[in-house]
Design a protein around this ligand. Structure first.
Ligand code: ZN
Length: 408
């Protein structure tokens, strides 16, 4: 037994030796290289878009000459940092170059600095960058290359410490964290899971889409599949309500919605949430929809060409004059909401689509697809059937712009 322990120690010793650092300078290492890797939790997270903006601004301020090196990637920002470290009263200095990464997630951010290279103005040197590890290795073995080593390594570590704290306290970084705590506005999206599968698929896609958008834009996005939450007490604090694939069926929920809208609430309805027919028995809602009553539809669901009626409107300002919307089931309406003077039609089904459908065919007619009843702050979009609706980046801009407009 004793022999075994002795053997193990004997084998391990050289490796312990590699990791050892008796210099008094706490330079961290990972896999044999100098590697600073610090994570900073941010309670409550931050708005990613603003964090990225802040991090980029900080980089440009801290390393102005390397600003062009900033690279944005899926994991965060990659750049290069450089420090000048004075090592002697006689004027010796070293340039310390390194790779710098700033990555964020929901709970905080991580800064990594590695691949350190040094270069100096010292006479008789090559003035080429060389890996810091060569010199750091010898220094740790008690074999400094020159009197510059100690101030160089002390400078490396103190510059890193200062860099981290400068990032942490950078006003734009603090602001990104602060604004995450106070959402610009709050959205509550209602959906149902016990409805047509294609409508449920849409709801899940929409929830993913808007959660992501909320994170980037700093608003709160809550969801519920319990329509009983459509009551006065629960709606308090919510500026925007979204119906993803259903509408309220009972009186209490309907009254509460009417009150919400009459008191300046904002609404976005997709597809079947605007559906109403002779059996719906909710005249207020028909009026709210600009008089539109479901008339016909195409089947199977199909992509369709769209005409954008107005490119100046905040909801459709990023849409071209015409575009093709992904696969959806399209509804026709009678009465036509365009006949209502308070209705502003924003997108219309292009008649060149006709005949649209096989089993159920839309043969003709003026069919508004996106519109707003200007007596309220509301917008209805007929998209919302199936799992393809978010496949058009062009159309996605409208989905985003609508919520930003409602949240104003
Ligand atoms: Zn449908």
């Amino acid at each position: 037994m004793l022999k075994k322990i002795f053997c193990a120690c004997f084998i391990l010793l050289p490796f312990i030796g590699i990791a050892q650092n008796n210099t008094g300078i706490p330079i961290p290492m990972k896999k044999g290289i100098v590697y600073y890797d610090k994570s900073f939790p941010v309670a409550g997270g931050f708005i990613k878009q603003e964090f990225t903006k802040g991090a980029t601004a900080w980089l440009k301020k801290t390393f102005p000459n390397d600003a062009a090196l900033v690279r944005m990637g899926w994991a965060g920002i990659t750049s290069e940092g450089i420090f000048k470290i004075k090592t002697s009263a006689a004027g010796n200095y070293y340039l310390l170059k390194f790779k710098l990464e700033i990555a964020s997630n929901d709970s905080g951010y991580t800064i990594r600095a590695y691949n350190f290279y040094e270069n100096s103005n010292v006479k008789g040197k090559t003035h080429e960058y060389s890996k810091i590890e060569y010199r750091w290795w010898d220094y740790r073995q008690g074999k400094p290359w020159s009197a510059d080593d100690k101030p160089l390594f002390e400078g490396l570590d103190s510059n890193m410490t200062a860099m981290f704290s400068s990032f942490q306290s950078y006003p734009l970084i603090l602001k990104a964290a602060r604004s995450a705590h106070t959402p610009k506005f709050k959205v509550l999206a209602f959906f149902s899971t016990n409805v047509e599968t294609d409508h449920v698929d849409f709801a899940w896609d929409a929830i993913r889409f808007y959660k992501n958008m909320a994170d980037r834009n700093g608003f709160a996005f809550d969801t519920t599949s319990n329509w009983e939450n459509l009551n006065d007490a629960n709606l308090k604090g919510y500026k925007v309500m979204i119906w993803l694939n259903e509408f309220p069926h009972n009186e209490a929920e309907r009254r509460s919605f009417e009150k919400f809208m009459n008191n300046g609430g904002r609404w976005l309805g997709f597809h079947v949430s605007g559906y109403n027919d002779k059996d719906t028995h909710w005249p207020w809602f028909v009026n709210f929809m600009g008089g539109a009553v479901f008339y016909n539809n195409n089947w199977p669901p199909l992509p369709a060409k769209m005409i954008v009626d107005d490119n100046k409107n905040p909801i459709t300002k990023h849409l071209p004059k015409q575009y093709t919307a992904p696969i959806n089931e399209w509804y026709g309406w009678k009465p036509n909401p365009r006949d209502n003077k308070n209705v502003k039609v924003l997108v219309t089904l292009n008649p060149s689509n006709y005949p649209l459908g096989k089993k159920d065919v839309i043969k003709n007619g003026d069919i508004p697809v996106v519109w707003s009843n200007t007596k309220y702050k509301m917008v209805y979009m007929n998209m919302g059937h199936g799992d393809k609706n978010f496949e058009s980046p062009v159309q996605n801009k409208m989905f985003e712009d609508a919520v930003l407009w409602l949240g104003e």
